[in-house]
Design a protein around this ligand. Sequence first.
Ligand SMILES: CC(C)(COP(=O)(O)OP(=O)(O)OC[C@H]1O[C@@H](n2cnc3c(N)ncnc32)[C@H](O)[C@@H]1OP(=O)(O)O)[C@@H](O)C(=O)NCCC(=O)NCCSC(=O)/C=C/c1ccc(O)cc1
Length: 564
Amino acid sequence: MSTEEGWSVAEDEQSGVSKDTGSGYCSSTGIYHSLIQLSDQQQIPTHPALDTATFVLSQFPHPDNAESKVALIDSVTNCQVTYAQLRYSIKSLAAGLHHGLGVQKGDVVFFLSPNSLLYPTICLAVLSIGAVLTTANPLNTAYEIAKQVQDSGAKLAIAAPEEVNKLAPTGVPTLTTTRSFGENTLSVEELIEGSDPSMAPQIQFLQTDTAAVLYSSGTTGVSKGVILTHANFISIMTLLMWSVDVTSAKDDVYLCFIPMFHIYGLAFFGLGLFCKGTTIVLMPKFDFQAMLDAIKTHKISNIPAVPPVILRLVKFTGKGDLSSLRRVSSGAAPLSKQVADRFREKYPWVELRPGYGLTETCGGTSFFRLDDQAKLCPSSVGQLIPSFSAKVVDVETGHPLPPYREGELWLKSPTVMKAYLGNDEATAATIDSDGWLHTGDLCYFDKDGFLYIVDRIKELIKHNGYQVAPAELEALLLSHPNIMDAAVIPVEDEEAGQIPMAYVVRATDSELTEEQIIQFIAGQVAPYKKVRKVGFINAIPRSAAGKILRKQLVTQTQQLVSRL
Ligand SMILES: CC(C)(COP(=O)(O)OP(=O)(O)OC[C@H]1O[C@@H](n2cnc3c(N)ncnc32)[C@H](O)[C@@H]1OP(=O)(O)O)[C@@H](O)C(=O)NCCC(=O)NCCSC(=O)/C=C/c1ccc(O)cc1
């Protein structure tokens, strides 16, 4: 029997057990399947020789009217880029990078910049010549950047002029994005102007070739390079196109403030939405008032957002015209039911769609097709998107669990990363021999296949939707001569989601203060990783194997806070 969506519901002939229920759960395999199938026209392209840039460019609006269609608008300068200009600059830059600078297939290009009109051009030009893109947060310190440059094996760097100094110590040849007066550095702008787009090289690709290495903490430890292939990107873009179609969002005007150096921003704004010919208004830097102004000026209808911004909109009492807004999605961190409810109450004309995604799955994994579904299940992150299957695995027994039972979420899809770069141990701990990606998130599905993320098994703090790895901060704390032991835990924070708090065992007779510790860390890490609270303790609780008992510290802290 077939449902409306095409998902088949079958009786197991031998056992008589219903295998596939309304949740997509198959009791004989323990696997949840997506309830939605792509139509013939929406299928993920399987041609083995296709690459990301060719796919994106093939989806651009037809050249006959591409001249007039605006792809990007800078919200500050009002500068606009049409699809024709975008195609021209991608091809020119590809030619310049390849013929002018000798960038070859497989060379890693490190890209360090806030969002800008040039961002998508640079990503697509790098990908189009078979080079491997690695991006970073410009808030990172020179030390953090040097680590990523080294780990990724970057051959060339491209940086916003104000970030170039952070790359100097690495010795990697660096281009600036825009002309920087007073500096003797070639810029991407000049390379585009001086190159002939018809000379863009024709590179032989396989979808299995590496396209990008994006950094994520995964389930444990410090930042690791997530290897994403062209097949991963082509798949996620096809799924993004499907999501735009099913939400009738093709003609929406999108606002981009989420950073394109992370998969959420990259998949939507660096690559994917161009496949639907949409117009994107780009904010180089997030600012709440500037966001309100942009919404009003450009009649923004769609914002892929994050919970801290949704909370700011809920709390906003000033004047602003949000009448053009039709859709807001939420990703990167959990959106609480209260905030979702209050948002819907305050902005009843706006569809609010929470989703869930990971760098390791090249972006989104679950989604609400219908606004009504999102209203009825406000704590859910939606249903598995097409091509995804999942298991919910009992953390103790390793057994797959049926609807309403909580366990670790495992995922399989064509978007799942290839591996962590140069880290076989972390790869083996994350992708098992059957190809299941172990997310480190605790979840359950309901009877209709809606997914609920309930907790994090992985040791990770989410501050403003950015990952903070406790292990990285603990290593820095332990490098202080007066700190004998340390543990870092997440503390709930209404605005940022979570903040990192350190428990510290001081050396005997040391009078190290909270403020000194906060400053010690702040000097070495990006602002979102700062330790914002310190507690002093006689001993860090550890298991017999020496593992920090983080949950114990979290519970202790919650009890302390509730008594205050
Ligand atoms: C818009 C936010 C929420 C807020 O922006 P902000 O207010 O400027 O705050 P920042 O966090 O950027 O900056 C914080 C700090 O940096 C400082 N800062 C600021 N610019 C400077 C400066 N140029 N110099 C030095 N200090 C400075 C700033 O002062 C501040 O310091 P402090 O007061 O100590 O916190 C921003 O944090 C943000 O974009 N967060 C989103 C992160 C994000 O995209 N994560 C996605 C990860 S991937 C993922 O999870 C995928 C999910 C997904 C889900 C579903 C899907 O369908 C697909 C994908």
